[in-house]
Design a protein around this ligand. Structure first.
Ligand code: SF4
Length: 356
């Protein structure tokens, strides 16, 4: 059987793996064994699954596959951030970024995952949006970014049993809410206490404003964190920077966020990229404060990371401070994001893979 025609086991939950085992005429506990090998041990080869009898491993190998994406290339930034270029079964490639949570590089990491190959939304300042949108990622390719990254990390660490990746943010390539079903399935697998064990509160979905999907997300009964990439507080400027605003203008977006906070009781984060001379005036700060203040929300300011070929510029540090102070004085809960991986183009808005 051709590898493409085999059944993909990565991306199946416990029950689905049990059902798969039963479909092979095996007891259901074989499915639980597979679950552990895949999601706890990051194993993609059936021949390494030592508590499964040899003839069953062979049967599995003939019928199924576990496609943890291959790391084709990795670059390490001066601050310890790692950017992985990962290849999927059809040779499509995405970038995934592993960010140390402290200067102690054997400590814990946050993983920034991609949800699409390229992105159709074409935000004006974003490297991903300038490329060609190719396709959505499947659940197994999203979860596989964590397993592939963890496997790479384990190879480098002395005590690989420690929890390594404790936070996942959907802030890589693509708009996660345009790939809604696969992203939600991936979150449920990441969260399973019998497998990867990532707490829902340690998972962040970042959206550019898919208002209809935000309302849908409010009904999922998930405790994940929602981040809204706002970047402008007037429709005129937001239409230019984040073109999905033409479909869901600010009033519609804010109404969806309000529904979300009321339904979930969860505070949302508004991300605001600071672009020199574009969206950092006092008037911009006032508009932003007016928009966000009525909501249960934080504001996270992100000084822009420059991208080759785009005309946007990084703001001066004193302008960042002034913008922060205006929002703070207006009573907003505001922070400035510490940047990671800028020297390897792994920072926010800098991910891009040439189409193949
Ligand atoms: S900022 Fe996000 S949604 Fe916008 S183009 Fe880039 S990847 Fe797509």
């Amino acid at each position: 059987m051709n590898s493409i025609d085999k059944i993909e086991l990565l991306g199946m939950n416990m029950e689905e793996l049990e059902n798969f085992a039963a479909s092979l005429g095996q007891p259901r506990f074989r499915g639980r064994q597979l679950h552990r090998w895949i999601y706890v041990k990051d194993t993609s080869s059936f021949y390494e699954m030592s508590d499964i009898p040899r003839e069953i491993r062979q049967q599995l190998d003939e019928r199924a596959r576990v496609s943890i994406p291959r790391v084709l290339k990795q670059r390490v930034a001066s601050d310890g951030t790692r950017k992985f270029l990962m290849e999927m079964y059809d040779k499509k490639r995405v970038e995934t970024v592993l960010i140390p949570q402290s200067a102690n590089l054997s400590g814990r990491y946050t993983l920034c995952v991609s949800s699409q190959v390229g992105c159709p939304l074409r935000c004006a300042f974003c490297a991903t949006g300038q490329g060609v949108f190719q396709r959505n990622l499947y659940t197994h390719e999203i979860v596989g970014q964590l397993l592939g990254s963890r496997r790479e990390l384990k190879r480098r660490l002395k005590n690989p049993e420690e929890p390594l990746i404790t936070n996942v943010v959907f802030m890589g390539m693509g708009e996660p809410l345009l790939n809604y079903n696969e992203v939600i399935r991936a979150i449920r697998i990441l969260n399973d206490p019998r497998g990867i064990q990532l707490g829902q509160r340690h998972i962040t979905i970042s959206t550019c404003g898919e208002a209809a999907a935000i309302k849908r997300l409010a009904e999922e009964n998930l405790q994940v964190t929602l981040a809204i990439s706002l970047h402008a507080a007037s429709d005129q400027l937001r239409n230019e920077l984040v073109p999905i605003n033409k479909k869901y203008p600010l009033q519609t977006l804010m109404a969806a966020v309000k529904t979300y906070t009321e339904k979930t009781g969860r505070r949302v984060t508004f991300e605001y990229i600071l672009l020199d001379g574009v969206n950092i005036s006092r008037k911009d700060a006032e508009n932003l404060a007016k928009l966000v203040k009525p909501l249960l929300a934080n504001v996270n300011l992100i000084p822009y990371n420059e991208v080759d070929g785009l005309n946007y510029r990084k703001p001066q540090p004193q302008d960042v401070t002034a913008f922060y102070n205006w929002l703070n004085a207006a009573g907003l809960n505001v922070s400035v994001r510490e940047e990671h991986g800028v020297d390897i183009e792994a920072a926010c808005g800098q991910l891009a893979v040439k189409p193949n």
